[in-house]
Design a protein around this ligand. Structure first.
Ligand code: G3P
Ligand code: CA
Length: 270
């Protein structure tokens, strides 16, 4: 069965890569959550997709030119007229840790270091993950093959994925990067007889789905068809289309605690 991951959290119902998007994702029976990290001017790991803040916040400029304090003064428009701020990776770990421990939720951390070559990003994220006790729950990925290889060299026990548009490019980079998984565009499954070449999981993604605040319900992918094309996992903006909500379990208790904590300090907390 194809496993479902929440792409930038539940990024159709909530602003992408925010604590509310991750909180929402924790409600569903998903395998994991995907998110993106960048580095601030003062070397803090923050969760935001773009190198610039312009698209998702009310600010202008490059993430690398903001200190954490400056960055967290920016506002992200959220539902019901509320605002959120760019979370740190540490905050996201604190939010998700109980769910990782209780239900084995995985976190796919994409290092956004193809356009800005963030010096020391690999060491920083490995250290932080270790400090939070979450090494067994993280998959690191990047479009930068040198970075994927470096992560594995720094710690051969961690899980990695090589990102590329085409599955064939992922395959071509698998050996050199020692990647554990292939993360490709769902529209570029261009390898026949994949299992004759590799047993690595294929985690497919698609960035052209609707993003928040588009509330239109997209059509779900045909997972059976994707499975026939060797896809093992789908990273989607709308996991709610595929997965039931957790109910009546220790997991939902954890999720409830997470929700309470988030509701306590997230919105308008700037
Ligand atoms: O990790 C898969 C996917 O997130 C890559 O594309 O642009 O959404 O980071 P993007
Ligand atoms: Ca990503």
């Amino acid at each position: 069965m194809v496993q479902i991951w929440a792409h930038r959290g539940c990024s159709t119902r909530c602003p992408e890569n925010t604590l509310s998007a991750f909180r929402e994702a924790c409600r569903y029976e998903i395998a994991g959550i995907e998110l993106d990290i960048q580095l601030t001017a003062d070397g803090e790991l923050v969760v935001i997709h773009d190198e610039r803040v312009d698209r998702t916040t009310d600010g202008h400029g490059m993430v690398k030119d903001f200190t954490l304090k400056q960055l967290q003064a920016l506002h992200i428009a959220a539902p019901q007229g509320m605002t959120e701020r760019i979370p740190t990776m540490a905050e996201v770990f604190d939010l998700l840790a109980p769910v990782c421990y209780d239900r084995g939720l995985l976190i796919n951390i994409e290092l956004k270091n193809s356009k800005v070559p963030y010096e020391g990003m690999e060491e920083k994220i490995l250290t932080l993950t270790g400090q939070k006790g979450l090494s067994d729950y993280v998959v690191y990925s990047s479009f930068n093959p040198d970075s994927v290889r470096k992560i594995k060299e720094l710690n051969p026990t961690v899980q990695t994925g090589i990102l590329a548009d085409k599955l064939s490019d992922c395959c071509a980079l698998e050996a050199a990067t020692r990647a554990d998984a292939l993360h490709c565009d769902v529209d570029c499954l261009d390898v026949e007889n994949l299992r004759g070449k590799t047993q690595a999981p294929v985690r497919a993604w698609n960035v052209s789905e609707p993003f928040y605040p588009c509330m239109l319900c997209g059509a779900p992918y045909d997972l059976t068809k994707l499975e026939a094309h060797f896809v093992t996992d789908m990273i989607v903006n709308q996991p709610e289309l595929y997965c039931p909500v957790y109910r009546d379990s220790v997991c939902s208790q954890s999720a409830k605690k997470v929700h309470e904590r988030i509701n306590g300090y997230l919105l308008n907390d700037v």
